[in-house]
Design a protein around this ligand. Structure first.
Ligand code: PLP
Length: 387
């Protein structure tokens, strides 16, 4: 099987599992316990926090471990907006882009439903990019927070985050970015990006599912969402997932060390794969930005097919990929991300996303390109049409 669905999830790396193992077995202490086992767990947690901070270029105190990207996004969007509204009730608007993951979009909608906020949506161009002009046009004096993702999970488009964050900083508005897909592929130095909050998920990086991190800059206040024993400096109560934090820190550190070389290698493979598919499959359309895209994502529409039928055919040929985001899989509605790019609904339903991890090879992608050509051809011959 050739696994080309790494944007959905990745296997746990051996080095990561080895780093975690002691904290799942002999060193099983609760970091809040006042004995040697508890102290060892607390030390491991703080070492993990320092390692994450080193990669992000921030202070350890600015790093909170979470249960994944979704929780980190919820904490940032709801927590920062609510803290700002509490300090000044006039701050009752949040800005998101038209291509956010549901973890950000639904958090903003929750603020609208239950806390009197208005959600302003910054539109994207046909590549899925939020331009500085588009963002500036939706900022208001009442804007409490802006949340715009670093890289899109369906089409791979990378946003000009540093430029967008500079725009909001000049107006004193905190900027959060969902870096779940970017981490491991793009630099995540929070100072260079100029962001006030940034989310990462472990399972996209070779750490286990259910591990994540939220960076929040020291001066930015965020209301906690989970109340209880006051762990994580009161930002997120609940006994910490020590092994998960250790695993995430190990995975992020490993990914960071190899990031530039990996990005260069995989960008070359990605571009060859994109050219092969566009050359060989009549009518194939690349979605997302042609160059400002994740090294790891190649996404297409194949008009005249159904994305789901192409997926099934590809899987029969040993290539596993996705029709869009894992979260939207199985839903009949066209992807809101593709619709936001101006792609007609009937074409959006023919979307297929190929996403790579660090193990991808030229031979894998050569086999995959041939399989795509055959799969699209056979679906078209069978007369599958989007429903
Ligand atoms: N944000 C983006 C851009 C994602 O792609 C995902 C997962 O697919 C998430 C957030 C959610 O992360 P998690 O699965 O860790 O909750």
């Amino acid at each position: 099987m050739i696994f080309l669905d790494a944007a959905a999830t990745t296997p746990v790396r051996r080095e990561v599992l080895e780093a975690m193992w002691p904290f799942l077995t002999g060193e099983f202490g609760n970091p809040s316990s006042h004995h040697s086992l508890g102290d060892a767990a607390a030390r491991a947690l703080e070492e993990a926090r320092k390692s994450v901070a080193k990669v992000l270029g921030c202070r350890a105190a600015e790093v909170t471990f979470t249960s994944g990207g979704t929780e980190a996004d919820n904490m940032a969007v709801k927590g920062i907006a609510l803290a700002r509204q509490a300090a000044d009730p006039a701050l009752n608007r949040v800005v998101i882009s038209a291509v956010e993951h549901p973890a950000v979009e639904e958090s903003a909608r929750y603020l609208e439903r239950f806390h009197g906020f208005t959600v302003d949506v910054a539109p994207v161009d046909t590549y899925g990019t939020v331009t500085a002009g588009a963002l500036a046009a939706v900022l208001r004096p009442e804007t409490a927070l802006v949340s715009i993702m670093y890289a899109n999970n369906e089409v791979g488009t990378v946003q000009p985050v540093a430029a967008l964050a500079a725009l909001t900083r000049a107006r004193g508005i905190p900027f959060h970015t969902d870096a779940v897909q970017a981490a491991g592929w793009l630099p995540v130095d929070v100072k260079a990006l100029g962001v006030d909050a940034l989310s990462i998920s472990g399972h996209k990086l070779g750490a286990p599912k259910g591990s994540g991190v939220l960076f929040v800059r020291g001066r930015t206040k965020a209301e906690p969402l989970v109340h209880g024993g006051g762990q994580e400096r009161g930002r997120r109560s609940g006994t910490e997932n020590v092994a998960g934090a250790v695993g995430l820190a190990a995975a992020l550190t490993l990914a960071h060390a190899g990031q530039a070389a990996l990005a260069e290698r995989v960008t070359g493979l990605r571009d060859k794969f994109i050219s092969a598919v566009l050359d060989r499959v009549p009518g194939a359309v690349l979605t997302g930005h042609p160059s400002e895209r994740l090294p790891s994502v190649a996404s297409f529409c194949f008009p005249g097919t159904s994305g789901e039928s192409v997926l099934l055919e590809l899987e029969r040929q040993g290539v596993v990929c996705s029709s869009g985001s894992a979260c939207a899989a199985g839903s009949d509605a066209p992807s809101p991300v593709l619709v936001a790019l101006g792609i007609p609904a009937e074409v959006a339903q023919t979307a297929v996303r190929f996403s790579f991890d660090s193990s991808v090879t030229a031979a894998d992608l050569e086999t995959a390109a041939a399989a795509v050509t055959a799969a699209v051809g056979s679906v078209r011959n069978l007369g599958h049409v989007p429903n």
